[in-house]
Design a binder for this molecule. Structure first.
Ligand code: PRT
Ligand code: ZN
Length: 291
């Protein structure tokens, strides 16, 4: 292929903007040209193949694209279908939703066995079939293309298996969630065959930068001064930090400066605990890049 790496992304929909934001955050400048199918990356030999999300595992599996950004739900459904399987490389932290079993609110659910012998409507027949099999349940799967939430009202099925994020769609249709079949988010996938050697460097760099972007999201750099004696206590309070950097403070024998990268949110409560433990001059800074 033409010396340029191809990344398949959703053209429009729930993952489209977030995928472009991830690329931009990784320093890849997206040129939105007249060609609707292909966008070019200005500062790297990369083209974005803009397609429907359902086609992304197919293109990446077949090697038409080298990488792809797609919901785990779509990837898992595809895995039941095709011979050429893309490889799942990393979770990307956006597009989170759950594939759930739902039914009219008065349904008495006592675990997957309650689904025995029922008709269940879904757009995810493979994932649902795997879930039923794993739980030793036999039920009839009604495969639909969309609007699954209306199936119980139309007496097409007694239960459904569909994506839920806020739950508003279920509620509006008199349904309630009863079980989780799959927790999903956007994932990066890779073609099963190797790319040209000079493009492998581009792949490595994209992976490294995506890891950096996802790791630095929500991460904070925390600095403070404290007596050396309370160091263990302070380390225990800092959320999701590895071992902090500790440096002596000029003109003080027992006081040190403590610097740490916190992977989780740092709340006011945390700062109050640090202060109570003896820390002073506490600063919390956002992290722009991480590698
Ligand atoms: O056109 P194309 O085929 O590319 O897009 P699409 O219409 O198939 O998919 P799209 O854009 O709707 O979603 C793309 C991906 O976003 C999905 O495959 C999921 O990985 C992820 N995602 C995250 C969601 C949701 N949240 C979500 N809430 N996909 C769909 N929904 C739907 C759900 O199916 C249900 O109809 O939203 C409704 C429920 O939402 P709540 O908030 O009412 O619970
Ligand atoms: Zn789709």
């Amino acid at each position: 292929m033409s010396g340029r790496l191809r990344i398949a992304v959703q053209k429009s929909g729930r993952l489209a903007d977030k995928s472009l934001e991830l690329l931009e955050a990784a320093g890849l400048r997206v040129l939105k040209g007249a060609n609707e199918l292909l966008y070019r990356i200005e500062n790297a030999p990369i083209d974005l193949l803009r397609v429907r999300d359902d086609d992304i595992p197919v293109f990446v599996g077949d090697g038409v694209a080298d990488l792809g950004i797609v919901g785990l739900n779509v990837l898992e459904e595809h895995m039941g279908e095709r011979a050429a399987k893309p490889e799942q490389v990393m979770n990307l932290g956006f597009g989170k939703c759950d594939l759930k079993i739902a039914a009219p609110t008065n349904f008495e659910y006592r675990g997957p066995r309650s689904l025995q012998g029922l008709r269940i409507a879904t757009t995810y027949p493979h994932v649902l079939s795997r879930f039923l099999k794993e739980n030793g349940v036999s039920a009839e799967i009604v495969s639909m293309r969309g609007a699954v939430e209306v199936a119980p009202r139309l007496k097409l099925a007694q239960a459904i298996c569909d994506l839920v994020s806020t739950g508003a769609t279920l509620e509006a249709n008199g349904l309630a969630p009863f079980d989780t079949v799959l927790r999903s988010e956007a994932v990066l996938i890779r073609a099963p065959r190797a790319v040209e050697p000079e493009l492998q460097k581009v792949v490595d760099s994209v992976l490294l930068r995506f890891r950096g972007v996802t790791a630095s999201r929500g991460a904070k750099y925390v600095m403070m001064n404290a007596p050396r004696a309370v160091l263990p206590e302070i380390t225990a309070i800092l959320p999701g930090a590895g071992s902090p950097t500790v440096t002596p403070l000029a003109g003080s024998d027992d006081k040190v400066a403590i610097h740490a990268v916190c992977q989780e949110s740092v709340f006011w409560e945390t700062l109050e605990q640090l202060k109570a433990a003896g820390a002073s001059a506490i600063l919390v800074l956002p992290i722009e890049k991480m590698m």
